[in-house]
Design a protein around this ligand. Structure first.
Ligand SMILES: [Zn+2]
Length: 665
């Protein structure tokens, strides 16, 4: 049955309206209707599409959030490589860059456009017939991952261009996906509360989000985008003209485009924005300087690595001077005492800094940091600032040297320092600080993975006397939880379900969750596959343990001591009675799946550090080597891979991306 033409027209009209208002709101930041009116239009479209599902198109405004991807991201070859820019911290090198331009353009006139350099994640967007058809990551510059579904969740990405200019209908543009600072801070707070690992900076958060396989999660991350490049072929004569046209077509283009007549002008603009960088809501780590004229771009060309017509000036890491008001001690889950500098609040990289870790007393001695000292604090793109050095000229003689106390600041027990380590520790296992820390560790993602049991809740549970040990977690009842602050019935039920699920995590996660000193994820896996049950592990002697490859004497001793302790023995037997599984799971065939396989890692992985990836491969029987050879079975390719990737291609070695790697595990 054909659908009435009028209905088709109505649907199209609604889509045009919604696209326009979306553009006013997310791109121009200047809405012309209320949110309610927008919602009414959207609802009307949804109703029509529900009634006539054959009218739904992939670029309808109702289709921003799609289904989860199965099998990872397909790859995309970039028609024009996504090169990186040459960059510098020095003004003189900018002048050198200008000299090279002048030499190549022999007595021609030229001008520069100076724009912000976003600390984000580079992507490419392709349009056919004015519709957004494909989006991809930079990858290695030649081949990236297809992330169309995730990019569609970004409201500032037009699904259909709003201008009817036919010159623009088949265009490819490039830009930077980023997360604004307020969104980033909120996200990290949320993650901390839920016991998830924190993102180090907004760039990692944006990158990690765009590479998430579930568009629902990406949509929650509230990413944004600035478009800064148009890919050849295109109809524009210069960059400024291109950006103007893209903006009118519906793109959120880079907000600063300053024309500079010569290199001294360029440097002035860079300096100006360097001093203003913290007034911006998003991370900017420098400025990009481009020749305006596209004809000149063509003549200047590019090296293999980067275009000759553009250059990046990077801002130095930000520093500020602040005063150390006090040095406090924080007690970690294993009792380690970490000195923390309390600083006079100071603005740094757009956030207020009032604390910085001093690591340990040797670090304090080495830098001769005293209470009352003025110090230089530095913060790169990272969340945690560091004390660089003391400003000695500002000393008055009233500064106090720091002395490590002899008692734990939380429980008052004696502090102990063993010979082989720098850190001082509290050895009272029932010290509240350690109880909280060890429960957080127990519930964390790599351990028992109890979703919702983050630090805020752990604090409440311990303070209210509901949880004193791991065992108590499994005794929690709905009535215990609903009375806690900020806990409703729904969240309490969810938590109880998560606790129930955690019983089946398996032996190796359980061993890791116990928090035995020196026993990390990798050692827990080895112990689990070697001993196969908690019973066997508890009976193991020092010699049994030490004879296992990769278990050294220090770890073996620590394990024996842990299980010799009566309190620990009882705890494990109680956990067993509560139903926590303590056997090696049969289905864990993965153990042998990588046996004899040789891996090489290149580029940055999003969900693993290099060390973690290596440990994981090794724990499954594989080997990691540093260079690619004909013996290599797989090259795991992350973002911005190095020459190993090229070598793998030459030798015909199989390359896999992070998603494929994770699937393999
Ligand atoms: Zn203590």
């Amino acid at each position: 049955m054909a659908i009435d033409k009028k209905i088709k027209e109505k649907v199209e009209k609604l889509r045009d309206k919604l696209n326009f208002h979306n553009y006013r709101y997310y791109v121009l930041n200047d809405p012309v209707i209320s949110d309610t009116d927008y919602d009414i239009l959207m609802k009307e479209l949804i109703e029509l599409e529900n009634k006539y599902p054959e009218l739904i198109t992939t670029t309808s405004p109702t289709q921003r959030i799609g289904e989860e991807l199965t099998g990872g991201f397909p790859t995309v070859s970039h028609s024009v490589p996504m090169l990186s820019l040459d960059n510098t911290y020095s003004e003189d090198e900018l002048r050198e860059f200008d000299k090279r331009i002048a030499k190549n353009l022999i007595s021609e006139e030229y001008e520069y456009i100076v724009e912000l350099k976003f600390d984000g994640f580079a992507v490419s967007l392709e349009y056919r017939d004015s519709e957004f058809i494909r989006g991809s990551t930079r990858g290695n510059g030649t081949v990236g991952d297809e992330v169309t579904k995730n990019l569609k969740t970004i409201n500032a990405v037009p699904l259909r261009l709003i201008s009817k200019d036919s010159k623009l209908k088949d265009i490819e543009v490039r830009g930077e996906v980023f997360m604004s600072r307020p969104v980033f801070e909120k996200l990290n707070k949320e993650r901390e509360k839920n016991g998830n690992p924190l993102f180090a900076n907004p760039r990692n958060a944006a990158a990690g989000s765009i590479k998430n396989i579930d568009p629902h999660i990406v949509a929650q991350r509230k990413l944004d985008i600035f478009i800064h490049t148009v890919v050849e072929p295109h109809p524009f004569i210069n960059h400024l003209d291109a950006m103007e046209n893209l903006k009118n077509a519906g793109f959120k283009v880079t907000p600063v485009l300053e024309v500079a007549k010569d290199i001294e002008d360029v440097i002035d603009v860079c300096k100006k924005w360097q001093s203003r960088r913290n007034t911006l809501e998003y991370g900017v780590d420098g400025m990009v300087v481009k020749i305006n004229n596209f004809e000149q771009h063509k003549r200047l060309g590019a090296t293999i690595k980067s275009p000759r017509w553009a250059f990046a000036y990077k801002f130095p890491a930000e520093q500020a001077v602040s005063k150390i008001i006090d040095i406090l001690l924080s007690v970690g889950r294993t009792g380690t005492i970490t000195p923390i500098a309390v600083l006079e609040p100071v603005q740094l990289s757009g956030t207020t800094v009032s604390r910085s870790t001093l690591h340990n007393q040797d670090e304090i001695k080495r830098k001769d940091i005293r209470i009352g000292d003025y110090v230089i604090v530095e913060k790169g793109g990272e969340v945690i600032p560091k004390v660089v050095k003391v400003v000695e000229e500002k000393r008055t003689g009233k500064e106090k040297k720091f002395r490590m106390p002899h008692k734990c600041p939380v429980c008052g027990s004696d502090l102990v320092q063993s010979e082989e380590e720098v850190a001082v520790r509290c050895i009272n296992r029932s010290c509240p600080a350690q109880v909280k820390g060890s429960i957080q560790h127990f519930a964390s993602r790599s351990a028992m993975d109890i979703e919702g049991l983050g630090y805020v809740l752990v604090d409440q549970l311990v303070e209210n006397g509901l949880v004193k040990s791991f065992t108590d977690i499994y005794q929690l009842k709905l009535e215990d939880l609903v009375n806690l602050e900020r806990m409703g019935v729904k969240s309490s039920e969810n938590l109880l379900t998560a606790i129930e699920k955690s019983k089946d995590r398996g032996l190796s996660m359980f061993i890791f969750a116990l928090g035995i000193r020196y026993v990390g994820i990798k050692a827990a896996k080895i112990l689990s596959s070697e001993f196969k049950s908690m019973d066997n592990l508890m009976k193991a002697s020092f010699e049994d343990l030490e004879s296992v490859e990769e278990i050294g004497p220090i770890m073996a001793e620590s394990i024996v001591n842990f299980f010799r302790n009566e309190v620990n023995k009882k705890m494990i037997s109680d956990l067993n009675k509560s139903g926590v599984k303590m056997q090696l799971l049969k289905k864990n065939k993965g153990k042998i799946s990588l046996l004899g396989k040789n891996f090489v890692l290149t580029g940055v992985l999003m969900d693993f550090t290099r060390e973690e990836a290596k440990e994981t491969i090794e724990s499954l029987g594989g080997k990691v080597t540093s260079s690619v050879s004909s013996k290599t079975d797989y090259v795991v390719v992350g973002e911005n891979p190095g020459s190993k990737f090229d070598k793998a291609k030459i030798l015909g070695v199989k390359t896999i991306n992070e998603e494929e790697f994770k699937k393999m595990l």
